[in-house]
Design a protein around this ligand. Structure first.
Ligand code: ZN
Ligand code: ZN
Length: 368
């Protein structure tokens, strides 16, 4: 009966334009059936989607997380996970959202039934990629949004305020990753001092969110223009590690004390060792990035100095909703992070712009 009462559903076409992955770096424009939302799910019409470093990894090498089956190079899988969309139709039992709601998304629905999902750690779901168990991670293990339409579980949706542009709202999921890391480091960090290493999208968001939560923020990196943007987003101090030893710079900025927290977003091989040196004894370090090779860590220093180390995976514990809340309160303006906008038909060019960082691209957005 509910479907009969939705005149909008008549406007939903049978097929849609999408980009499917046929092999490593073999993304092709295809016509796919518009998916049907199941119980607890909605069909959304994609407004805008940001390209993430993880998309580039998936398209070139496959998924970073464990998967079952033949994903992602099966000629059907659609990548893309950082998007803003409009609810187009409702699956069975959905009354939390209405057709026409503008929403941004979390990547992971999780399975909702394993121990980790029940703890809110749905990015570390123990049934990762098992569709039969109800798991979804759009753009990772289920179809994402380099397409006109996609299906989302309602647990992954957050309503976007009318005054926020589609482009800005594509960045909310990145703020969610930064917020999850700050969560793990202790949540409310008013009055504490934090170093954020690596001014990529997550590092920039980490600096912005930590500042919004009342921390004194030091951002380190190698590119002056990125560091300047970090300052615009809220960093109190920036250090270009090409010009100054980061450890000495942190000592100088903290009167020799060191900092309470380090949020590592660079993935540099020596980042953990350097981060530990920046911390006060008893400090905490969270890894939001990782090096490609195994690295040697000075564990003796870590133990002797009672340093705590954490790692995060994605954006758990409702962090995306809280990231959006900070952005909706205008605690910082993330829009300068959007470097370029392309139509969906030009996705390969958009991906190249992101991969080669043409024009120092930070976030490249694509619009169907
Ligand atoms: Zn991402
Ligand atoms: Zn689970």
């Amino acid at each position: 009966m509910a479907t009969l009462m939705q005149p909008e559903s008549a406007a939903i076409p049978k097929t849609m334009k999408a980009w499917a992955l046929f092999g490593p770096n073999d993304l092709r424009a295809v016509e796919k059936p518009v998916p049907t939302p199941g119980p607890g799910e909605v069909l959304v019409k994609v407004n805008a989607i940001a390209i993430c470093g993880t998309d580039l990894e998936i398209i070139a090498h496959g998924l970073p997380a464990m998967i079952e089956g033949e994903l992602p190079f099966n000629g059907s899988f659609v990548p893309g996970h950082e998007y803003v969309a409009t609810v187009a139709s409702l699956g069975e039992g959905v009354d939390e959202f209405a057709v026409g709601d503008r929403v941004t998304v979390e990547v992971h629905a999780g399975c909702g039934r394993c121990e980790r999902c029940r703890h809110g750690m749905y990015t570390s779901c123990l049934n990762y990629s098992k569709r039969a168990k109800g798991h979804r991670a759009n753009g990772f293990t289920t179809d994402g949004a380099f397409a006109e339409y996609t299906v989302n579980h309602i647990n992954t949706l957050v309503k976007v305020p009318a005054f926020m542009s589609d482009e800005e709202a594509t960045l909310v999921v990145t703020s969610g990753t930064a917020m999850y890391a700050l969560d793990v480091l202790g949540g409310l960090i008013a009055g504490e001092t934090i170093v954020v290493t690596g001014p990529g999208p997550i590092g920039l968001m980490g600096a912005a969110c930590a500042k919004a939560l009342g921390a004194t923020v030091i951002l380190t990196g190698t590119r002056d223009n990125r560091l300047a943007l970090g300052q615009q987003l809220g960093a109190d101090h920036v250090v270009n590690v090409r010009n100054e030893d980061p450890n000495e710079a942190i000592k100088r900025l903290t009167q020799g004390e060191g900092v309470d927290l380090v949020l590592e977003c660079s993935g540099a091989p020596n980042a953990v060792n350097e981060g530990m040196l920046m911390l006060k004894r008893g400090g905490k370090l969270c890894l939001a990035a990782f090096p490609k090779e195994q690295v040697t860590i000075d564990l003796a220093y870590m133990v002797r100095n009672n340093i705590y180390m954490y790692g995060i995976r994605g954006e758990g514990r409702g962090a995306v909703k809280r990231g959006l809340a900070l952005m909706a309160q205008r605690k910082f303006d993330a829009t300068p992070m959007v470097s370029a906008v392309f139509p969906l038909a030009e996705l390969p060019e958009a991906l190249r712009t992101a991969r080669e960082r043409i024009g120092d691209a930070i976030k490249v957005v694509v619009k169907p």
